[in-house]
Write a protein that binds this ligand. Structure first.
Ligand SMILES: Nc1ncnc2c1ncn2[C@@H]1O[C@H](COP(=O)(O)OP(=O)(O)O)[C@@H](O)[C@H]1O
Ligand SMILES: [Mg+2]
Length: 240
């Protein structure tokens, strides 16, 4: 479980990008963060992952304050898996090598077993396990970055725009994979998304950020039905 309480954050000596964010994400749920470009979604995820230190407020994981822990400490002690927004796959390395990069802290005996289970889960990656990651499609690259996070058996999974740049069909596959992870692993999934309508469909709850504040929050199904939400983020009437 993640609890964010009154988090303010920014970069260097620049202005606050986050103005006091409150958010809760429970285990076994998918929580989505929506909002326009530049409103601070990635910054919030980086605060939770430990790449940006909050200027004020607290981040707790399973009830423990982790606000000032560094990213690698959160990985080790709280099982945080982070898939960043910007290119997160090493093109010149093979699919297998990319996945194994995530296994640094996994006991040797468990590594192979987790690896084989992931290949069974994602046949598209199994078929190209010895190929360079540069040979993958956009959707396969997203699956690869998911697999790299999953090999560490995370208890908290942070995903920054997992469907960015994908065709509608591939977006559907990636969201399907994320739903499956929730069902199979029962872990806490917090994701940032631009594709609001599709993301809300697989989410339990969502937060809409605007200029560093939470503008709206609620159950995903309620937000899907909310007229203000529709006109702002969902392109008018709900698609049929
Ligand atoms: N490393 C950085 N250094 C300075 N400013 C940054 C950095 N990363 C993001 N910003 C600024 O913080 C604001 C929020 O960015 P970001 O969190 O990436 O927004 P979003 O993910 O919602 O598009 C933007 O104004 C952006 O220019
Ligand atoms: Mg972003």
């Amino acid at each position: 479980m993640i609890e964010v309480q009154g988090v303010r954050a920014g970069y260097g000596d620049g202005p606050d990008i986050l103005n006091g964010i409150n958010l809760v994400a429970d285990a076994g749920k998918i929580v989505t963060i929506l909002g326009p470009n530049g409103c601070g979604k990635s910054t919030l995820l980086k605060c939770i992952a430990g790449f940006v230190r909050p200027r004020a407020g607290d981040v707790r994981m399973s009830g423990t304050a982790v606000t000032n822990l560094k990213a690698h400490e959160k990985v080790r002690s709280h099982g945080v898996g982070f898939v960043p927004q910007t290119d997160n796959v090493f093109s010149s390395m093979s699919v297998t090598e990319n996945i194994m990069l995530g296994a640094r802290f996994v006991a040797r005996a468990e590594r192979e077993q987790r690896f084989e289970a992931l290949l069974t889960q994602y046949p598209a990656l199994a078929a190209k396990r010895n190929r360079k990651a540069s040979a993958l499609s956009g959707g396969e690259r997203q699956l690869l970055s998911l697999a790299r996070a999953l090999i560490a058996k995370p208890r908290i999974l942070l995903l920054d725009e997992p469907s960015a740049g994908l065709s509608p069909r591939m977006m559907h596959e990636v969201f399907e994979a994320i739903s499956e992870i929730r069902a199979r692993e029962g872990i806490c999934i917090l994701m940032v998304e631009q594709n609001a309508f599709e993301a809300l469909h697989i989410s339990d709850t969502a937060y809409v950020l605007s200029l560093g504040d939470v503008a709206m929050q609620g159950r995903a199904s309620d937000l899907l039905a909310d007229p203000a939400m529709r006109s702002l983020y969902l392109g008018g009437d709900a698609p049929h």
